[in-house]
Ligand binder design. Structure first.
Ligand SMILES: Cc1ncc(COP(=O)(O)O)c(C=O)c1O
Length: 400
């Protein structure tokens, strides 16, 4: 099993894990093998390839892994302290494979109410059709989730902080009660990445990363991964990915591995800028509240301080009620923030959203429009000035 990454050595690890120049004629970075077919020297090797473990033994077929994918997987497993990782074509594929690997018809799933909305859609539509029942729970429930366990509860799924509204969950308390009841635990750790939160250290069985976001970091690739705590969970996700025909492109895996090298530096800068901007926004008269785990008013801030090593660049704000046309003026005139659905790239983004579209059991009592902000690598002073000009347009339609 890989050792968990010691906190103070994470940047050193990022520069050295997942590469072996001896395998690639001395070149620092791995070569990309674009391939489906692997050929064998002997009949015994060829026939034996049938019994080889998916993504564990010698290379046998493109879908079952190429050298660069395996190096990315090894790097991610080392960072998270898991036994192994599996790279897939998107973060959503990582989520759905982790669910399907642990659920069968007649099973019960506990899903956090503030999950990424396509995760919710998969539970309501696909898993529902397959005979799995989902109960949504309040992200702040903590150990109280035990009261929702049933005989047939197989998975407790967490996403911390919550998608768009940033509630931090008490992961150690939840994994403790889940382990006591034999329930598998899965977490979407895309916001924190292994740089800022390592769920396996807190008892989680499977960790999901949408590598599309901070790990790739350049808004140019779709990629996901699951890291498994132990052999039993590892075997199950491998078998499910194989059954469903999931893998990832070696070019994309290469971009993910390249992104990892600078992840620590980028995330630190984006996290610091996001805190600076969130604190500035908190004082603006147009803003009702800021939802950033690093700010004390955010639900679960105390847990964030206890368990996380820092923030990333993604947070939200709730505006005081405002005319939609004025808001459009504000957003459409921004110079450095574009409107878009993703996050974690080098460029800043803003996304208007309605929290009630994605939650069913957790109340939301605020009236104003919400904006999700993804802070990129720009100078935070320039971003603040851009937002300041935006607020001028919000307050005064004739302002440029
Ligand atoms: C929290 C979270 N998890 C998972 C995903 C899915 O990642 P991908 O877009 O790579 O499928 C996203 C995408 O926005 C996300 O925000």
């Amino acid at each position: 099993m890989s050792e968990p990454a010691p906190r103070d050595r994470i940047d050193t690890l990022l520069a050295h894990i997942g590469r072996d120049p001896r395998m690639h004629s001395g070149f620092v970075n791995p070569a990309i093998h674009r391939g489906s077919t692997v050929v064998f020297e002997t009949m015994a090797e060829c026939i034996g390839a049938h019994d080889i473990d998916f993504k564990d033994g010698p290379y046998t077929y493109g879908l079952l892994g190429t050298p660069v994918e395996r190096q990315l997987e090894e790097a991610l497993a080392t960072l998270d302290g898991g036994i192994g990782a599996i790279a897939l074509g998107s973060g959503l594929a990582a989520t759905t494979v982790s669910l399907m690997a642990n659920l069968s018809a007649g099973d019960h799933l506990l899903m956090v109410d503030t999950c990424y909305w396509p995760t919710r859609k998969c539970c309501d539509d696909f898993l529902g059709r397959m005979g799995v029942e989902t109960t949504y729970y309040d992200p702040m429930i903590g150990a109280g989730v035990e009261a929702l366990f049933r005989e047939n509860t197989r998975v407790l799924f967490m996403e911390s902080p919550g998608s768009r509204t940033f509630e931090i969950q008490d992961v150690p308390a939840m994994t403790k009660v889940a382990a006591r009841n034999g329930v598998n635990t899965v977490i979407d750790n895309t916001w924190a990445t292994p740089i800022n939160f390592r769920p396996i250290e807190h008892g989680v069985d499977l960790v999901i990363h949408a590598l599309t976001k901070y790990v790739a970091g350049h808004s140019d690739v779709m990629l996901g991964a699951i890291v498994a705590r132990d052999r039993e969970h590892w075997d199950r996700i491998k078998a499910t990915a194989m059954d469903l025909g999931h893998g990832c492109s070696p070019d994309d895996a290469w971009l993910g591995l390249r992104g990892l090298r600078s992840l620590g530096t980028r995330l630190r800068k984006q996290g610091e800028s996001s805190l600076e901007i969130a604190r500035w926004l908190e004082k603006r008269p147009e803003v009702e509240c800021v939802l950033h785990p690093g700010i004390s008013s955010c639900p679960g801030h105390d847990i964030y301080v206890r368990d996380f090593d820092g923030p990333s660049g993604l947070f939200s704000m709730v505006l005081k009620p405002v005319d939609e046309e004025r808001l459009a003026d504000m957003l459409e005139g921004l110079r450095f923030f574009s409107m878009g659905y993703s996050w974690g790239g080098y460029e800043s983004l803003v996304l208007p959203f309605d929290p009630m579209e994605n939650r069913t059991v957790t109340p939301w009592n605020r009236e104003g429009r919400c904006l999700r902000i993804s802070i990129g690598l720009e100078d935070p002073g320039d971003l603040i000035r851009d937002l300041e000009m935006g607020f001028k347009r919000l307050n005064n339609p004739s302002a440029g």
